[in-house]
Design a binder for this molecule. Sequence first.
Ligand code: FDA
Length: 396
Amino acid sequence: MERTEVLVIGAGAAGMMCAIEAGKRGRSVVVVEHNAAPGEKIRISGGGRCNFTNLGAGPGAFLSQNPRFCISALSRYTQADFIALVDRHRIAWHEKTLGQLFCDGSAKQIIAMLTGEMAAAGARLRLAVGAETIERNGEGFTVSTTAGPIACASVVVASGGKSIPKMGASGFGYDVARRFGLRVTETRPGLVPLTFEAGLLERLRPLAGISVDAVISCGRTRFAEAMLFTHRGLSGPAILQISSYWREGEAITVDLSPGTDVFEALRGIRAKAGRQAVSSVLADLLPKRLAQTACDLAGLREGARGTLGDCSDKVLRRIGAAANAWTVKPVGSEGYRTAEVTVGGVDTRDLDQKTMAARAVPGLYFVGEAVDVTGWLGGYNFQWAWSSGWAAGQAA
Ligand code: FDA
């Protein structure tokens, strides 16, 4: 039977980082990856340029039932550490917006950097080999794989979450956790477009393809970024961000004109130029096609629109609310098919925050997206993968 000290399951961001670090400590490391290539999600990330970290990565940008769990790993292997690695490999990068760092060239450079570092650290990468089951075996484990069993002292589960099943994502990590008695928090798609029911979609159809700067809130969480009307509902960065916080049945509130109190603005214009048509005044405050829809959403019928002077405060308030606080209940999300991440995962109460080891199962580790730590859009999820993989790599 093949033997190694550390077996890493999954050659994604977290697994490769863990393998590099464990290898550098002189541990013998094998990484099994059921895809034919490593780092497939890195390859497609950031539109092919990989948003590999965020200058502002800190615990406040992560969701978890225990928001403090990520602090240890994030502060021991920081965005500055990863940037230094990227710089050592002479990979050119730039800040796009909001602290988001992207490769100037291609995400493939990040994959080549990681596989190069793995090889230099002596970690062996076995592609097209899937892990099937893990059995405890005295002090260590026997992992059955599609290429036969592998005996090891430590197993690092770096198999990711459920998002994008057609790229090989599955609930493997959660099944392993449950099988060893660890708790798994509720999982759901995150960073995902939201969908509307047919009636509302019909009314919003003329807006499909329009992008606006908006402030979206759900409960006490709010994001100010771009939002896109789609043929199924809403997308764009602001919606992807809020989707990780949104639960089925909840409404979201959209401010389509951030920074302008539309009711006050309309009232002010009415006092000076009451003969102007409501729709043309609104078209100065909102993108044109949206102005029309704001009237629809405010429940103003075609004939009732008229001039500003015809509108009572009550009517202007309705238009203002439609523009500044459009409240809408999505029926669902586009699901794991397009979600960038899985929210939830292996319960952090059962993991050691310093090493990512299962508290009750010596030698078993969980890293990356498999864990109940989910970042915002913007390079935070890769930073969690690097930091948690690094932390496990110091211990496994
Ligand atoms: P990841 O999913 O990357 O790796 C897990 C690996 O395990 C996979 O290669 C899988 O095939 C393998 N595997 C699973 N089960 C196995 C088994 N039983 N046996 C063997 N192998 C197995 N984040 C970010 O910070 N910046 C960005 O720009 C983007 N962009 C982006 C775009 C898109 C389209 C998606 C879907 C996601 C992103 N993300 C992102 C999120 C980011 O990709 C994600 O958070 C990390 O890839 C998670 O890294 P992991 O290593 O934990 O899992």
